[in-house]
Design a binder for this molecule. Structure first.
Ligand SMILES: Nc1nc2c(ncn2[C@@H]2O[C@H](COP(=O)(O)OP(=O)(O)O)[C@@H](O)[C@H]2O)c(=O)[nH]1
Ligand SMILES: [Mg+2]
Length: 195
């Protein structure tokens, strides 16, 4: 669902941050937004539900994202994590070029992570996409917490297809950009195939 703007010579790519509530999706986006210079980003839009916010903004990375003379503009979205917002999640997922799954490393959130991955697979399927084929990376967030499960154990439970895995502490920006660059790289590879 990539939108090409020939006048601006830009290719628009949509990347969705998915995962259980309070896992750190919004924090990831806020960090990327903070460190992007004002001339390269649009407004941060926030849609507030009662308990959570859905955020999105677009930006033009200067150090990555070139494709045949076009610059790639990335539109980053978060989804609400709670079960009863499934219709919003589905809507936001529509037309995604790539997905970042932000897992909460805490032991007590393992079931929430698993449920959210299953929900992602299901919702992608409804849009005619396949988790096995869409650009996808796994972020293990909250590595700073004492209750964080060992990385190997999390990988065993959460990996779906040998996707790249990144450890993160989103409020400190640790792992945030490496995660984003990895999914962006996959999206650009897919685009080049179809260009
Ligand atoms: N200790 C710690 N707290 C985090 C981390 N990432 C996010 N948080 C906190 O977890 C809470 C939920 O984060 P948020 O980004 O809103 O989660 P979202 O529901 O997935 O968007 C906030 O209070 C964040 O500051 C992390 O890596 N470590
Ligand atoms: Mg959020």
């Amino acid at each position: 669902m990539t939108f090409i703007n020939y006048v601006a010579r830009e290719i628009n790519c949509k990347i969705v941050y998915y995962g259980p509530g309070l896992g750190g999706k919004t924090t990831n986006l806020q960090y990327v937004y903070q460190i992007t210079s004002p001339e390269n980003k649009g407004k941060m839009i926030s849609l507030a539900t009662e308990t959570e916010r859905t955020l999105f903004f677009d930006f033009l990375p200067i150090d990555f994202g070139q494709i045949r003379g076009f610059r790639a503009r990335f539109h980053l979205y978060t989804v609400p994590g709670q079960v009863f917002y499934d219709s919003s999640r589905k809507l936001i997922l529509k037309g995604a070029d790539g997905v970042v799954f932000v897992a909460d490393s805490q032991e007590e959130r393992i079931d929430a992570n698993l449920e959210s991955i299953a929900n992602l697979a299901e919702n992608l399927k409804e849009h005619g996409f396949d988790l096995d084929r869409i650009p996808y990376v796994l972020q293990l967030n909250k590595r700073d917490l004492a209750s964080a499960m060992p990385v190997e154990e999390l990988k065993q439970q959460l990996l779906v297809k040998g996707e790249p895995v990144f450890e993160a502490v989103a409020p400190r920006g640790i792992g945030v950009l490496t995660t984003l660059k990895a999914v962006a790289r996959q999206v650009l590879i897919e685009l080049r195939k179809s260009a």
